[in-house]
Design a binder for this molecule. Structure first.
Ligand SMILES: Nc1ncnc2c1ncn2[C@@H]1O[C@H](COP(=O)(O)OP(=O)(O)OP(=O)(O)O)[C@@H](O)[C@H]1O
Ligand SMILES: [Mg+2]
Length: 372
């Protein structure tokens, strides 16, 4: 799929923008702080209804304005789809084909994107929270059911936490009620855990050969889920539920003491291993970077295999950070099949045929002009 046109109103430093893109590599050139990342982010937000760099939607609205609007037209193999997202202080409204969607989980996934930005190194180096966010966003792109389950999970988690807080404060003593909440919590938790296992398994299958290629056959990548409740990927559902029940009965008094839910998908993590060693702890900077790149390239293939269309690739400020070999590897992979946006302050030093043939745009102070 590719995005044909984009229109912004009061989005970050863009007062008004209306622009067409080409179904190949689009290079966005500009000095620092002119709006390169902002335009990439707006494409990402149009697809995901969430930013990759802030969880506060209000940040996206141009200062002193009441709302921001992103509109785009996405061309797929068999259809052309107009999308619209309006972000106001009251919340978000999304339209597909000019029809307002009641649920964002129905909206997300109609346009697929993969973003690769410098902060993606945190996927390997950063906190578990960053990795959980990554899994959730990526599964959400290919599975509306997961997004729905995730919001149900958040609801029951909040209820259970609230109840435990009351118990901690001795304002509540009803243990039967806690058991009911725990049972409901477990039902949702196992759904999430199973889907995450399944997703990471697919991701690993795609990422392994890619990582082998980038490391010139020297490194083997493994990705594994690290659940906070000891369950196994191939366990059947009833066994998994039993493991959760056992865990929660063991930690009941501790949870009442602490006033919060101590285990579950909101506490899980994932691990990357290169040649059997944890990359987060033992990996060099280069290995960590290769891992992040392999994961992103794997996502492109995973989305293609699940959705039947390649996603749109957004490379914000990363091309110049990669060495020549990784750069060519990346550009060769996408060549001709993935609409790609590349931002950079200068194309010097990026010597690849793909970029020579790219459409080029210049951005200055929130205004974009096509150069060639
Ligand atoms: N909500 C907002 N309203 C208005 N301006 C904003 C808002 N949020 C960010 N900006 C401004 O947008 C400008 C451009 O930011 P952006 O991150 O797109 O720069 P960039 O071109 O990617 O620069 P760099 O090369 O340093 O990455 C910044 O000066 C920033 O202060
Ligand atoms: Mg930037």
């Amino acid at each position: 799929m590719h995005i044909e046109s984009l229109a912004l109103k009061n989005y970050r430093n863009y007062e008004e923008l209306s622009i067409g893109f080409e179904n190949k590599v689009n290079v966005i050139l500009g000095e620092n702080a002119q709006g390169k990342t902002n335009v990439m982010e707006s494409i990402y937000v149009l697809a995901m209804a969430k930013s990759h760099r802030t969880s506060n939607d209000k940040d996206l609205i141009r200062w002193d304005q009441d709302y921001a609007k992103i509109e785009g037209r996405v061309q797929k193999q068999h259809s052309s789809l107009p999308l619209q997202l309006v972000i106001s202080k009251k919340g978000k409204k999304a339209k597909l084909n000019h029809i307002e969607q009641q649920k964002l989980s129905q909206y997300v996934g109609n346009m697929n994107v993969v973003m690769f930005a410098p902060e993606d190194l945190n996927l390997v180096k950063g906190s578990p929270q960053i990795r959980r966010r990554f899994i959730d966003m990526e599964i959400g792109q290919i599975s509306p059911i997961y997004l729905h389950d995730m919001s149900q999970y958040q609801k029951i988690l909040q209820q259970r936490n609230h109840f435990l807080k009351m118990m901690q404060l001795k304002k509540q003593t009803d243990e039967t009620m806690l058991e009911i909440l725990t049972e409901q919590f477990i039902q949702m938790a196992v759904k999430i855990v199973r889907k995450r296992f399944e997703f990471l398994h697919m991701l690993e299958n795609w990422a392994k050969p890619i990582h082998q290629g980038i490391s010139r056959g020297l490194e083997t990548l493994q990705i594994s889920y690290k659940p906070s409740v000891e369950v196994l990927e191939d366990q059947d559902l009833s066994k998994m539920i039993a493991s959760f029940e056992e865990k929660f009965s063991k930690v009941k008094s501790r949870e009442m003491d602490r006033g919060t839910t101590l285990f579950g998908p909101h506490r899980d993590d994932l691990l990357f291993f290169v040649n059997d060693r944890d990359v987060q702890t033992f990996g060099s900077q280069g290995q960590q970077r290769t891992t992040a790149l392999s994961v992103k390239l794997a996502e492109i293939e995973l989305i293609y295999s699940e959705m039947g269309e390649y996603p749109i690739l957004l490379l914000d400020d990363v091309l110049s950070e990669l060495d020549d070999y990784r750069q060519s590897h990346l550009l060769n992979t996408i060549q001709g099949k993935v609409q790609t946006f590349v931002t950079t302050t200068s194309v010097d030093g990026i010597d690849h045929q793909t970029l020579k043939e790219a459409a080029t745009y210049e951005v200055a102070a929130g205004v974009i002009k096509k150069v060639h």
